[in-house]
Design a protein around this ligand. Structure first.
Ligand code: S3P
Length: 455
């Protein structure tokens, strides 16, 4: 399947985006650890989250899917049954890494497999701490890669200093810590998304944060509760950039997650010159959510590095498109993790941007992009990576001539309705019905100005 796009008219739209991928994975896994039924709404039916759902079913968890977006997980207090066959994690790093933390404590053997991309991705990062806690993990792949065999058993709490900021590694250890004797402490070298901690708290299991250390005491049971998944800011990011880079454009995205460990994209776009308003409406589900209103402008280049990187790691492909459309240079450093995502995203971005006429200097840990006066339409590979496919589709909306993205089936990993929204945006049918000022519940509204300071 291909996407074919060409220059679009000025974007003026009001949209919602599907449920958050990271949170949907956790809703299923944590729901299964509770002591009863949990009704999860706005669940993302992306392939990655469906992989988690199927894996949990194979572990004996009863999961109903009565209608689109609603899933009922019958919590079994984390007492699973040995699966009859391998757990297929598909393309999903979150499935394999988070689930490893739970499986490390089960009194049986499991074997996890994945697709060609996932089978290249490093697993040592979770194998090492989980082995320290007492599990036996064997990677059958050539470079500590999948298939991963876990012989679980009794675990003992550890204190673990993570070499890199990673929410997946942190989560795997905290989930294992829930089953371990004593306490388990994870030390983060820098902040990473905190959905696992927030959701554990929501299900009434306390994690204790002291500075960059997070501690969990083993032996606690999660209380079953219903949970609404907010919209995915990583999916919203594609439309945010489409609007931000187009002077005169205006976009409102409602019901989107605004967790500050995920909303770095907003800071980046404000630094680049976009005018933006965040309206936080819901905070009581453990995850803040609300609306983002953005007005397009002529963007200028920026620098993204250090502690900001984990916050925007999944948005770098679309930020690179904003950089290509901006005046001047944008530098991204300290992002070598991009080399081991669904594809080598540094190489993929550089190669596709160059095909569109953009000057890119590649570093081991990032890139420097010189904003182009014009983008040239091109035929581009997706590299089988959902975020590369979507980012370059947005680039095509700004390019001269036609842009074709090949093999876009991968988009279903995180955003199955992307094409439908693209069509709505392009046809002008996603037009706002009411001006933002007339909208209903408005809680704390934060306006971020040109310098990034809140007003
Ligand atoms: C995720 C964490 C991030 C992110 C990934 C989802 C999660 O990975 O890139 O898409 O749900 O915890 P790392 O924690 O490995 O950086």
């Amino acid at each position: 399947m291909q996407f074919k796009v060409s220059k679009s008219s000025t974007l003026n739209a009001e949209l919602t985006v599907p449920g958050d991928k990271s949170i949907s994975h956790r809703a299923i896994m944590l729901g299964a650890l509770t002591n009863g039924p949990c009704v999860i709404t706005n669940f993302l039916e992306g392939e990655d989250c469906l992989s988690t759902m199927e894996a949990m079913r194979k572990l004996g968890v009863q999961i109903e899917h009565p209608e689109s977006g609603t899933v009922i997980v019958h919590g079994c207090r984390g007492k699973f049954t040995a699966p009859a066959s391998d757990l297929d994690c598909g393309n999903s790093g979150t499935t394999v890494r988070l689930l490893s933390g739970i499986l490390a404590a089960q009194p049986f053997r499991t074997r996890m497999v994945g697709d060609a991309s996932l089978s290249q991705r490093p697993m040592r990062r979770i194998m090492q701490p989980l082995a320290q806690m007492g599990a036996r993990l064997t990677a059958e792949g050539a470079r500590e890669t999948l298939p991963l065999v876990i012989d679980g058993g009794p675990l003992a709490g550890i204190r673990y200093e993570m070499p890199h900021a990673s929410a997946q590694v942190k989560s795997a250890i905290l989930l294992a810590g829930l089953f371990a004797s004593g306490k388990t402490t994870v030390v983060e070298p820098g902040p990473s998304r905190d959905h696992t901690e927030r959701m554990l708290d929501y299900f009434l299991v306390r994690t204790i944060r002291e500075g960059n250390e997070i501690t969990i005491h083993g032996g606690q049971t999660l209380e079953s509760r219903d949970f609404k998944v907010p919209g995915d800011i990583s999916s919203a990011a594609f439309w945010l950039v489409a609007a931000a880079a187009q002077p005169g454009a205006s976009l409102l995205i409602d019901n989107v997650g605004l967790n500050s460990t995920r909303s770095g994209i907003l800071d980046v776009l404000v630094r680049m010159g976009a005018r933006l308003r965040e309206i936080v409406e819901v905070v009581d589900e453990g995850e803040p959510s609300g609306a983002i209103e953005i007005t397009g402008a002529k963007l200028t280049g920026t620098v993204i590095e250090g502690e900001e990187i984990p916050n925007v790691i999944d948005e770098i492909p679309i930020i690179a498109i904003a950089a290509a459309l901006a005046e001047g240079k944008t530098t991204i450093r300290g992002a070598s993790e991009l080399r081991v995502k669904e594809t080598d995203r540094i190489a993929a971005i550089a190669s596709n941007l160059r095909a569109m006429g953009v000057e890119v200097v590649e570093f081991d840990d990032g890139m420097e992009i010189t904003g182009a006066k014009r983008l040239r339409g091109a035929r581009l590979p997706s590299f089988g990576d959902h975020r590369i496919a979507m980012a370059f589709t947005i680039a095509g909306l700004f390019a001269d001539g036609e842009t074709i993205i090949d093999n876009v089936e991968c988009v279903a990993t995180s955003y199955p309705s992307f094409e439908e929204t693209l069509r709505l945006v392009r046809s002008g049918k996603a037009i706002r019905r009411k001006p933002a000022g007339e909208r209903g519940t408005v809680g704390a509204s934060v306006e971020r100005n040109r310098t990034g300071a809140s007003t």
